[in-house]
Design a protein around this ligand. Structure first.
Ligand SMILES: NC(=O)c1ccc[n+]([C@@H]2O[C@H](COP(=O)([O-])OP(=O)(O)OC[C@H]3O[C@@H](n4cnc5c(N)ncnc54)[C@H](O)[C@@H]3O)[C@@H](O)[C@H]2O)c1
Length: 255
């Protein structure tokens, strides 16, 4: 058993010197997470399909990187990871959150919508993890934190449809398998499952007024509140956590 006194002391800022890849980093929760990680001392490479990704990275300050890439395409994803690895001289943390929510009951989900959603969320997460793991192993330690959703835990029901729920449940299975397989390499893997989260791009104001009433905390969450949980899991605060799925839902799903 590791003696608690063997634990390296916590450093402040919590991610000082850590080299991070963040997929979906130009989006609502992604940008909030990138901003917090940069404030906490990390160098962040944003990997996102949005053409604005380099400008978003510039907005974080000096030393960060914005790479336009498609996580659903393994060649594009691998090339972007290699670019970040080269530029930073290694990688410590991978955060995956690329992808947007898709509604639809099972009868309404077309072949194309199914493939697109699974590709974006599940294959995209797989591509990013498989692509980054060799660099984390080379490093001798590393952290993976993947975005799932309450939809993957309870079967959709907010905005996410059947295909979205299936993809996000798949992310949880992938994270658990990686946690088991990679622990001997010093790599931790955890998932985050948010409920309804307000972003600068997406508000829940259009949803039925009863939504807030269903949430024990009486409100939707913010991107910054999700970003803080990603920070916790990416940092040494969570040094004995792997294979976990952390809820960030104001009590909407207590299980
Ligand atoms: N907002 C919520 O309520 C909520 C709740 C639970 C989970 N989530 C999950 O959080 C993540 C971020 O959500 P958000 O609300 O910030 O969404 P968002 O639409 O603001 O951001 C998503 C980002 O992913 C990028 N992206 C999409 N497909 C991509 C691809 N193939 N390759 C690379 N980049 C791609 C987009 O360009 C965008 O910048 C998603 O995985 C979403 O499913 C969101």
């Amino acid at each position: 058993m590791k003696d608690p006194s063997d634990l390296p002391p916590l450093r402040w800022p919590l991610l000082e010197g850590r080299r991070v890849i963040l997929t979906g980093g130009a989006g609502g929760i992604g940008r909030a997470t990138a901003t917090l990680f940069a404030q906490m001392g990390a160098r962040v490479a944003l990997l996102d399909a949005a053409a604005t990704t380099p400008q978003v990275a510039d907005g974080l300050g000096r030393g960060h990187l914005g790479i336009v890439a498609d996580v659903a395409d393994s060649a594009s994803c691998n090339a972007a990871i290699a670019e970040a690895d080269r530029a930073f001289g290694g990688l410590d943390v991978l955060v995956t959150m690329a992808g947007t929510v898709h509604p639809g009951g099972i009868a309404d989900v077309t072949d194309d919508a199914w493939r697109e959603t699974i590709d974006m969320h599940l294959t995209g997460t797989f591509n990013a993890c498989r692509g980054a793991i060799p660099a984390l192993k080379r490093n001798g330690a590393g952290v993976i934190v993947c975005m799932s959703s309450i939809a993957g835990q309870r079967g959709g029901g907010l905005r996410g449809g059947t295909h979205y729920a299936a993809a996000k449940a798949g992310v949880i299975g992938l994270v658990r398998a990686m946690a088991r397989e990679l622990a001997p390499d010093g790599i931790r893997a955890n998932a985050v499952a948010p409920g309804a989260i307000h972003t600068d791009k997406r508000s829940f104001a259009d949803m039925n007024a009863g939504l807030a009433a269903q949430i024990p905390m009486g409100r939707v969450g913010t991107s910054e509140e999700v970003a803080r949980v990603f920070l916790f899991l990416a940092s040494d605060l969570a040094s004995y956590m792997t294979g976990a799925v952390v809820d960030v839902n104001g009590g909407l799903h207590i299980h």
